[in-house]
Design a protein around this ligand. Sequence first.
Ligand SMILES: [Zn+2]
Length: 365
Amino acid sequence: MSLAEVIGQDRAIAQVSRMWRNGRLGHCLIFHGPDGVGKSLTARGLAQLLLCGRPETVEVGSARMKISDGCGVCDDCRMVTRGSHPDLHIVTRDLSRHTEEGKKATVKDLPIGVIRDFVIEPAGWSPQRGRARVFIIEEGERMNRAAQNALLKTLEEPPANTYLIIVTSQPGTLLATVRSRSHAVRFAYLPEVFVRDKLQEAGLSPAEAAYWSQFSGGRLGPALAMARTGWYEVKRELVKQLAGLSYATALTTAQWCMEQAKTYGQAQEKQQNEESAASHTRMGQEYLLALAEETYRLALRGAVGLDTAVDQTQAIGAIGGQLGAQGCGRAVQATRQARGRLEYNVNGALLFEWLMLKYLVCARA
Ligand SMILES: [Zn+2]
């Protein structure tokens, strides 16, 4: 992944490339901004530039902006692309499985053990291929206080040619002492129309591209992820069923949701076998809830005259008409509540039944 391949973040890639060229790149950078707009990709692009054997100047974007970038063809660049460069360390919370804490329990945050074993210790080694050692900490907001305090020592006396990139959507959760020793690079939302064009370039129909770009609110990553589920038709059917929801159909709709999630889980398990069908099914349930929430959110916005849905305008309008703005608001709240419960391993079938009946109460209250 080179910097030039990152789309829609010209300002951020120009900033890091300029700092590198002027020899002013700090040892610790914080890449912050919304999820799914290219922070991690840019971090990999910068790592490639730092590790590349013959960096070059390339032109990017319609403005033909000049940036420094990895060459993409040397051994180091290839290793970065393949994910096998010995001097590039990607630190994720999955690594907690290899720590003492992680062996005992499932860890949701990024514990001190991971920072100690996978950042602080290897940061003391000299680069295996000589140029630099780069650490990318994903989901930096998950580092607890102890982990951040441990990291501080490395930040205070960074070994030569060691670079640390903390990627986060919530920079406010980082300790002031960590922030003050780092250089912040801000990533912005991508314009919806930009995301829509990218989805169309990826082969989606105009209606589908318009829907997912509105759904993701200018975050290309989530928009692409949803587009890849192939769930546009599922979304259309869900909206139809919600528009026609009644006491006679509520349980059938709940059951239909469960079947969609299950089908999704089984298909995903066949494609990638690291995780079980059950956890993919759970993901499918989460997607359905996200789509339902979006449906009522759009109905609410329509009901108060803000903006209209770009897809299934009539059905969304009908939901807004049946529930009114207040009812739509309550339906959004109920869906969020359901999404919260999903994290606690509740029975999915019961959850969807509860939610459908709740939607009907929202309409009457
Ligand atoms: Zn190269």
